[in-house]
Design a protein around this ligand. Structure first.
Ligand code: BES
Ligand code: ZN
Length: 613
């Protein structure tokens, strides 16, 4: 009987899990494909069918690596729009299989940038984004976080390029015959202009943490276990090195709060502007959008978040995406504890306030789909990219903060440390967390309605807005805007990007276009170099029907591919009545910008436009 442990995967829990994958990857930039082979090792010999996830892969052959004899397989012709194509393999008392296959140019995890799309414009670039369910578009696997894998990889690339991975770099060497392991012919693998970069990942990770980037990449040292990597552009590397100089300090704070840092290195990779997220917690090497480099150390907050995942998310992982709050809620809590130490309580409170506003806004977004205001959600037939929201982050944060208030910080810190040591390198669900909580904090269920928090919709009554002087001041200034009062220069003199962001997000949604223009004349928000500020302003401008800034909206949509900006800008353009002109604009801009977006972002924008067409 097929028993599913993950609504987003074909993995059958009665089959043995893959414990190790050995990859040979030949990067073919002209055709934007990877000629690949994957040697899968199972936890035990298996007889019968083994189900694997794939998406847009073409499978060439599968053999037993010991005997080279073929293994029967079938790739389903029925393609599930969310899960992809099921690959079934028939095994007979076998624990290893060698699959040779090719990725497709539209692999959903990969963005291939042609030379003109890079900074230096001379060489191509490619990078991955596998969370939540895109690893299967790079190699066949049990693509569920319940199945943790170790891996090794031989990456064959043009000699002018370099490869990085979220794994330990072993060496860069000239290609050797036989290494291709059926990825391609030896003649192709060993061609003159090629080089092999070798990596190993010795700690078991969920497949969504698999990551690489290939391009013209260099680095700067910023700490004893940290380098920043980016495309070889001295200005970017230098700015990144300055922005992230405080990283080691944050790692130490993290270790104090959550226990030893278990991943050895903590490197940072700054990606091209099309990177679809602010940051991605790939182990040993976090991936970052270049928009976090603003020259004011505010990028440190995103680094604090991705660093915090080293404990919550990467050590303890959600069993499947229905329990995503265990990753993001815990990490948001942990991020703010680090921020509190390195940037102070006021800064942490401001972050909580921005999150509080974000959480309340999501209640409006999901008012017809309250399921996604729950912490634990039902995701059968749901694409995780479509329901990505602040809820797991901010409601998850609020839940943990509520427990902290109940038992006091010292006891809560103790609890978190024990939670991490107990479940590290495991993938767990909400019930496991709740059982652990009830065992270790006896009587907690009498003080806090745990079921309401984890299974209920909306924001529980015992959630809390932060108390802080700056936060309260900013929110009340924003409310005064209704009466036509704009903040004075002396009131905003020491505002940074986050203060402006909080202010703009709290402004009433229906203000006169003339007031928007007046605000911008005084404070030049539409032209802000800080995308958080700029996008918050543009969003407001669109929702107030102020068309003066559509040029700036278009420019922004073409410059960056971070979904945090694309989502609200496209949504505000097309949502609501009487938006004919805006819809035409949105469609035209998307048609022109589409090729510059990561495939995940392309899908998300398409979903927004089709919902409102
Ligand atoms: N793991 C997430 C990014 C993600 C989530 C990718 C779901 C794919 C699917 C990452 O840790 C994250 O939360 N990034 C935030 C950073 C912010 C909260 C500081 C982002 O990208 O905005
Ligand atoms: Zn996160």
């Amino acid at each position: 009987m097929a028993s599913s442990i993950d609504p987003h995967s074909y993995t059958n829990s009665s089959h043995p899990f893959t414990t190790h994958i050995s990859l040979s990857l030949f990067f073919d930039f002209p055709s934007t494909t990877i000629h690949s082979s994957a040697l899968l090792t199972l936890s035990s010999p298996h007889t019968g069918i083994l189900s694997l996830d794939t998406r847009s892969l073409s499978i060439t052959s599968i053999v037993d690596p010991k005997t080279q004899s073929p293994i029967q397989f079938s790739l389903s012709s029925e393609i599930d729009p969310i899960k992809g194509a099921l690959l079934t393999v028939s095994l007979f008392n076998q624990s290893q299989l060698l699959i040779s296959f090719k990725t497709s140019p539209n692999s959903s995890a990969l963005q291939w940038l042609s030379p003109p799309q890079t900074f230096n414009k001379t060489l191509p670039f490619v990078y991955t984004q596998c969370q939540a369910i895109h690893a299967r578009s790079i190699f066949p696997c049990q693509d569920t976080p319940a199945a943790r894998i170790k891996y090794s990889a031989k990456i064959n690339i043009p000699r002018l390029l370099a490869a990085v991975m979220s794994a330990r770099h072993v060496e860069r060497h000239a290609p050797v015959a036989g290494e291709a392991a059926m990825a391609c012919d030896d003649s192709m693998w060993c061609a003159e202009d090629r080089v092999v970069e070798e990596f190993v990942m010795e700690q078991p990770i969920p497949p969504y943490l698999f990551a690489f980037a290939v391009g013209e990449i260099s680095h700067r040292e910023v700490g004893p276990r940290t380098r920043v990597y980016a495309e070889t552009v001295p200005a970017i590397l230098d700015a990144a090195a300055i922005e992230f100089a405080g990283t080691e300090d944050m790692i130490r704070q993290g270790e104090k709060l959550f226990g030893p840092y278990d991943w050895e290195r903590f490197d940072l990779l700054v990606l091209p502007p099309s990177f679809p997220y602010g940051g991605m917690e790939n182990p040993r090497m976090v991936f970052l959008t270049p928009t976090v480099i603003k020259g004011d150390s505010s990028g440190a907050q995103v680094v604090a978040h991705e660093l915090a995942h080293s404990w919550t998310g990467n050590l303890i992982t959600n069993k499947n995406n229905e329990h995503f709050w265990l990753n993001e809620g815990f990490t948001t809590y942990a991020e703010r504890r680090i921020v509190e130490v390195v940037q102070g309580e006021e800064r942490a409170a401001l972050n909580i306030g921005i999150g509080w506003k974000g959480l309340n806004d999501e209640m409006e977004r999901f008012k017809d789909n309250m399921e996604f205001t729950k912490l634990k959600t039902q995701q059968e037939g749901v694409d995780p990219d479509d329901v990505y929201s602040q809820v797991p982050y901010e409601k998850g944060f609020q839940f943990l903060w509520r427990i902290e208030r109940q038992i006091g910080r010292p006891a809560f810190d103790e609890f978190v440390k024990k939670y991490i040591t107990t479940f590290k390198f495991q993938s767990i669900d909400t019930e496991t967390f709740l059982d652990f909580l009830k065992t270790n904090v006896p009587g907690i269920e009498k003080a806090i309605d745990l079921e309401l928090w984890t299974e209920g919709t909306g924001i529980p009554p015992d959630a809390m807005e932060p108390v802080s002087t700056i936060y309260t001041k900013i929110v009340s200034l924003a409310h005064e805007f209704k009466n036509g009062r704009m903040p004075r220069e002396d009131e905003v003199a020491d505002w940074g990007g986050q203060e402006w962001e909080l202010y703009l997000e709290n402004l009433p949604k229906a203000i006169e276009a003339s007031q928007i223009s007046a605000l911008n004349e005084r404070y030049q928000l539409a032209e802000s170099k800080d995308h958080e500020v700029k996008v918050a302003f543009l969003q407001l401008a669109i929702s107030c029907g102020c068309r003066d800034y559509y040029g700036e909206v278009e420019k922004t949509l073409k410059e960056v591919g971070r979904m945090k900006y694309l989502r609200p800008l496209y949504t505000y353009l097309v949502q609501g009545p009487g938006k004919e002109e805006e819809k035409i604009l949105a469609k035209r801009v998307f048609a022109e910008a589409r090729d510059c977006y990561h495939p995940i972002a392309q899908g998300v924008v398409e979903a927004i436009l089709s919902k409102h067409s």
